[in-house]
Design a protein around this ligand. Structure first.
Ligand SMILES: [Zn+2]
Length: 282
């Protein structure tokens, strides 16, 4: 009888430990940032409402957000707040302070791109560097408008980022472009966000992209639907295609319907559809 009790205690202790372990791992997943770098935990655990200081910049700059239904708008706002809370925004090269406008334009771009993935916040990239203008990279020895690197940085030139918002249908959008790079990179980094999109669909996209790049190389000098920069490599093609997907969705679909539907499948969003919902039956 006595032994029975003892083993019961062991089982109970084990179950408690397992439960704590499970909760810890889930929290780690939902808070979506490495536990070691968290500044203060509580505000990362739940989706809190967007601080009013950011909302005007969302309304002014994100037609995607403005077209959402009321429920999705609130989700978009809360996710923007969470993105802002989780990242370290660092001013560089003469910028004294990262303003609420800068934070909103960066966070909004990330949330627009990942709106089909409610739990993706680019955990690996937790520092965002903002330069006033194009900056010189010692690594590439070139001037850059932005970059995303595996060391965990997203870097943008504020002037170029803001220019991307000056027109919503010219197919140029640095914010979405850099977030598209981050999106492709997180699938090669081993963490909880690893392999979140369907690898096969991305391979199909790349195969289609290669055909476009080949055509552009063959017809060099002639006008092409994608800007020349897209033909640099598959990563740049994807990032440029994402810009067009959101800013010129109808033209992209007319130009290459396969590419369009593959992108919609990868991002789980359809910018042409009402409230951007992807029709899963197609
Ligand atoms: Zn790029």
């Amino acid at each position: 009888m006595h032994e029975h009790l003892l083993s019961d205690y062991f089982i109970l202790a084990f179950m408690l430990l397992a439960a704590f372990g499970f909760i810890y791992v889930r929290l780690h997943f939902f808070t979506d940032s490495p536990l070691s770098i968290r500044k203060s935990s509580a505000k990362y655990w739940f989706l809190r409402s967007l601080r009013p200081i950011y909302r005007p910049y969302l309304v002014r700059n994100f037609p995607f957000y403005n077209r959402l239904n009321d429920k999705d708008k609130i989700l978009f706002e809360k996710r923007v707040q969470k993105f802002i809370d989780k990242k370290d925004f660092i001013p560089r090269g003469g910028i004294k302070k990262v303003t609420p406008e800068m934070k909103t334009l960066v966070a909004g771009s990330a949330i627009q791109l990942t709106f089909g993935y409610p739990y993706i916040y680019f955990r690996h990239f937790y520092r965002i560097l903002i330069y006033p203008d194009e900056y010189y990279s010692l690594i590439t020895r070139k001037f850059h408008k932005g970059e995303v690197n595996l060391g965990g940085l997203i870097v943008v030139s504020w002037r170029s980022l803001k220019e991307g918002f000056s027109s919503h249908d010219d197919g140029h959008h640095l914010g979405l472009h850099e977030m598209a790079h981050a999106l492709r990179l997180i699938n090669i980094i081993e963490n909880d966000e690893y392999d979140f999109y369907d690898r096969k669909t991305m391979q199909q996209f790349d195969a289609e992209a290669k055909k476009e790049i080949d055509a552009m190389t063959r017809n060099q000098g002639e006008e092409s639907f994608f800007r020349t920069y897209a033909s640099s490599n598959l990563e740049e093609f994807f990032a440029v295609a994402v810009e067009l997907f959101f800013e010129k969705p109808k033209s992209l679909k007319r130009h290459n319907a396969t590419l369009y539907s593959l992108l919609a499948k990868i991002l789980k969003i359809d910018p042409i559809a009402k409230s951007h919902r992807l029709d899963a039956s197609k």
